[in-house]
Design a protein around this ligand. Structure first.
Ligand SMILES: Nc1nc2c(ncn2[C@@H]2O[C@H](COP(=O)(O)OP(=O)(O)OP(=O)(O)O)[C@@H](O)[C@H]2O)c(=O)[nH]1
Length: 838
């Protein structure tokens, strides 16, 4: 006790003074004080097994007695959960007597208990905290549910109110009662006031309240919940807004377009037309199984699939669509069509009197002006006989070279007059003309000409026509036949009558009041006037100044010239005219169409020119077999270059020359065309060592120079027969003379025996003709030629002889041939060279 008193005496407190034990008195304001018992406590170090028990220090005991006075205010602060403190112990007597070991164990137990208690308290505290959090969460959920319920109710109320108001407004509108209006008016402002109030309320309630005031960077950076935003948050918010926008775009209705799909198109171009991404198209194509890039071209079918895949409409076009609308619409039969003159073609064999007939009908002499007296150009003339309507005549040439042209003539005509010379009868070209006329489905009138001649036999002609299914009226058929004499101008009236009758039956009509459409009968390159086309107007009226397209050429009508050489301003249906103002010479048979402007004319002409070029390229040998077949052809070639004044003549020459070709030699036309012989024609001909045929054309000065320099052969003609005859001779000359073998004798080898040192002789029996010395000989064994040579020596009974006749035996030795055997056959012959004819 005395010790205790000692320790309780106050000890001076100082800084840095450590308290090892005893009591410490704490002094507070207002005279409050507290005494604390301080004990020194040593840390417990658990003993390792086998280790000497550590000397246990005296346990530290901190006694915190209750403050004597009122608890300090700070103590009002909720104190942390009281940490279990080991009770202050005092060493009892028994303890003192306890062995150190026992003491240590006891202390350990106590410490363990204290630890467990602490852990228990901590877990209890944790549990409490958890329960509290759960409670809080529950309360918040309840609060939220209540709020949602309230909002829903408010919305319902608002909707209800709006509904009522709308009903009231409708009622007011239906009943225009001034009182009602007044009510509505009264209602109006009060509602407005309410609205304003509501708005204010909303404003004060909403999060915008916090943001009200000046716009500062800080405010701008503040989020809706008022918290300042970090840069990352700002970025996230922007991204969210962007995504939201992108989503909206995708949700907008896709614009469906009409996509024009040509025969071939680049992927990117198609993407542009569809307003889609090129990469998307490539992806779609990849999915379809084709690997292409945006720059590659795809065909129309694939492009069509793509367009449909992307939900657009396909508009298919082909290049040929350029021609669409070129030939105008059909005419209204009743309103537009007016009678037109018949177009009559005169056909027949050479010299049966076609030109004479036309001449008789026109009253002019055409024959005198013709080279060689043969019609070489297709001509077209209009005549108006006395007391009859106008008739358009086509004078097609009778020569077989003009077959193609005649065929065209038949196709543009309404009626064919078949001229048959009564003294000559049906000839090859008469029959050909019948075939063409039938093929064209054109009615025919048979004109039996030269009836003035002594040997005229029309009945035979009529009977022979039956063979070709042409039954004339005189034979109870429906084909009109007229006996005429072109020379004497007899029977012409009857012929005109027959034409008019036939035309009447055909009811020929055309609309003259529209853009012209015409057929080219002939085209030429005139030195002074440039390209000139003779056309026959099918329908419409061709006018000076009209823009047109014809074949692969285009132009503007500079002048129209009729059959009398006079310029005319217009040409109506069935009128033949010469057209000036073309870009080049078209082909006979081409269609002329008037178009709206020069651009269109050029576009169509260019398209057609390209198509012709393509066709020419395509017709080249397409496979290896064809290529080899071409090379395997061993026939010699006769190359030529042909230039003529008119298309028809050139065509005729080309087809006639082709007709000269045979198995030994073939004509190869390197180039043919209308116009003067040019430098390039000469160069081309010279390169192949080919002659140049100028038909009614001559070379220009430069071409002449080149020709003399390069040694090119120039030949000029104005009659086609001469050209053909000379070519035949030249071709025959190139092949050389014909070699003809004449067999002189035949013999059989009876035996073979040695002759001289190395040679071998044969014993023969002459079976036919004669065997001569030095004669050309052929030996065959089993019909296979085994030797070609000469008889070197001929003997009969050891005497040299010059010849041995049939039935006799002889011995022969052949030039350098020893392999002779009995049974071989011998043939001797002579070769004769004759001039070749084609
Ligand atoms: N006697 C007689 N001769 C005629 C008659 N018609 C034509 N000729 C003669 O027959 C020949 C040939 O006449 P063309 O009119 O040139 O014969 P084409 O059929 O036109 O001949 P190509 O133009 O070569 O096709 C001429 O000599 C004419 O004088 C006729 O009615 N009577």
């Amino acid at each position: 006790m005395s010790d205790e008193k000692k320790t309780l005496t106050r000890k001076p407190l100082g800084l840095k003074k450590t308290v090892d034990g005893g009591q410490v008195q704490q002094q507070f304001s207002h005279g409050r004080k507290n005494t604390v018992v301080v004990e020194r406590k040593r840390r417990f170090v658990p003993k390792k097994p086998g280790e000497e028990a550590v000397k246990t220090p005296e346990p530290e005991v901190v006694k915190a007695p209750e403050p004597k006075k009122v608890a300090p205010k700070v103590a009002a602060k909720p104190k942390p959960a009281p940490v279990a403190k080991p009770p202050v112990r005092r060493q009892s007597e028994a303890e003192q007597t306890m062995s150190r070991k026992e003491l240590q164990e006891k202390l350990l137990r106590e410490a363990e208990e204290a630890r467990l208690r602490t852990a228990e308290d901590a877990s209890r505290r944790e549990e409490n905290a958890k329960t509290e959090a759960l409670e809080r969460e529950k309360r918040r959920a309840e609060e939220n549910a209540r709020k949602a319920e309230e909002e829903k109710r408010a919305e319902q109320e608002a909707a209800e109110r709006e509904k009522q108001e709308r009903a009231a407004a409708e009622a007011a509108a239906n009943a225009p009662d001034p009182d009602a209006e007044a009510i509505t008016e009264r209602k109006g402002p009060s509602r407005k006031k309410d609205d304003r109030k509501d708005a204010k309320k909303d404003e004060s309630r909403g999060p915008d309240r916090r943001r009200s005031g000046k716009l500062t960077i800080k405010n701008a950076m503040r989020s809706e919940d008022g918290r300042p935003m970090s840069m990352a948050r700002l970025r996230r918010q922007r991204e969210k807004a962007h995504n939201q926008h992108a989503f909206d775009v995708s949700k907008t209705k896709k614009q469906v377009r009409d996509i024009v799909v040509p025969e071939a198109i680049a992927v990117q171009e198609l993407a542009n037309r569809m307003s889609e991404k090129g990469a998307d198209l490539v992806k779609a194509l990849f999915n379809m199984g084709s690997m292409v890039t945006v720059n590659q071209t795809i065909d129309q079918d694939t492009a069509e699939l793509l367009v449909e895949e992307f939900g657009h409409n396909v508009k298919r076009v082909s290049e040929a669509d350029i021609e669409v609308g070129l030939i105008g619409t059909d005419d209204d039969e009743a309103a537009d069509l007016k009678p037109r003159p018949p177009v009559v073609a005169i056909m027949g064999h050479v010299d049966h009197g076609k030109t004479s007939l036309l001449d008789a009908l026109r009253g002019t002499d055409v024959i005198a002006g013709e080279a060689g007296g043969i019609t070489q150009h297709i001509g077209a003339y209009q005549v108006t006989p006395k007391g009859g309507g106008t008739i358009t005549f086509l004078d097609t040439p009778g020569h077989e070279a003009f077959t193609d042209m005649r065929m065209r003539g038949a196709n543009v005509t309404d009626i064919v007059i078949l001229v048959v010379a009564a003294d000559d009868g049906l000839m090859p070209q008469t029959i050909e003309a019948i075939k063409h006329t039938k093929a064209a489905g054109v009615p025919m009138i048979v004109a039996i000409n030269k009836m003035d001649k002594a040997g005229a036999d029309p009945t035979t002609i009529r009977t022979r026509l039956l063979e070709h299914e042409v039954i004339v009226e005189a034979m109870s058929g429906d084909v009109q036949d007229v006996e005429i004499s072109a020379l004497k101008k007899e029977g012409l009236d009857k012929l005109i009558e027959a034409i008019n009758l036939q035309a009447e039956l055909l009811e020929l009509k055309a609309n003259p009041d529209r853009d012209a459409e015409a057929t080219v009968i002939e085209a030429k390159l005139d030195k002074g006037r440039g390209p000139v086309a003779t056309v026959l107007v099918n329908r419409g009226t061709l006018k000076r100044g009209d823009i047109f397209v014809v074949g692969s050429e285009s132009g503007k009508v500079r002048a129209l010239v009729d059959e009398h050489g006079k310029q005319v301003k217009t040409a109506g249906p069935s009128k033949p005219v010469e057209v000036l103002g073309l870009s080049g010479a078209p082909m006979a048979g081409d269609m002329l169409a008037v178009v709206e402007d020069e651009g269109r004319a050029r576009e169509v002409a260019e398209y057609r020119a390209a198509a012709i070029k393509k066709k020419r390229l395509v017709t080249a040998p397409t496979n290896v077999d064809a290529l080899f077949a071409a090379h395997a052809d061993k026939a010699e070639e006769y190359p030529v270059v042909i230039k003529g004044d008119v298309q028809g003549s050139v065509e005729a020459i080309v087809s006639s020359l082709n007709g000269l070709s045979n198995d030994d030699i073939k004509v190869r036309v390197l180039h043919s065309g209308v116009g003067a012989i040019t430098e390039s024609d000469v160069s081309l001909a010279a390169a192949s060592n080919a002659p140049i045929f100028g038909f009614n054309v001559r070379p220009n000065a430069k071409a002449r120079d080149v020709a003399s320099k390069e040694g090119a052969e120039l030949r000029y003609y104005d009659v086609i027969y001469d050209l053909l005859d000379e070519t035949k001779a030249a071709m025959a000359g190139q092949l050389g003379p014909e070699r003809i073998e004449n067999v002189v004798g035949r013999a059989e080898v009876k035996e073979a025996f040695p002759a001289g040192k190395t040679g071998r002789a044969a014993g023969l029996l002459v079976t036919e003709g004669v065997i001569k010395k030095n004669i050309l000989t052929r030996i065959t064994r089993d019909d296979v030629i085994i030797y070609n040579g000469k008889v070197a020596s001929l003997r009969r009974f050891k005497d040299d002889v010059d010849e041995v006749r049939s039935g006799l035996e002889c011995g022969v030795v052949f030039d350098s041939f020893k392999d002779i055997k009995p049974g071989d056959m011998l043939e001797t012959f002579e070769v004769e060279e004759r001039e070749r004819t084609l």
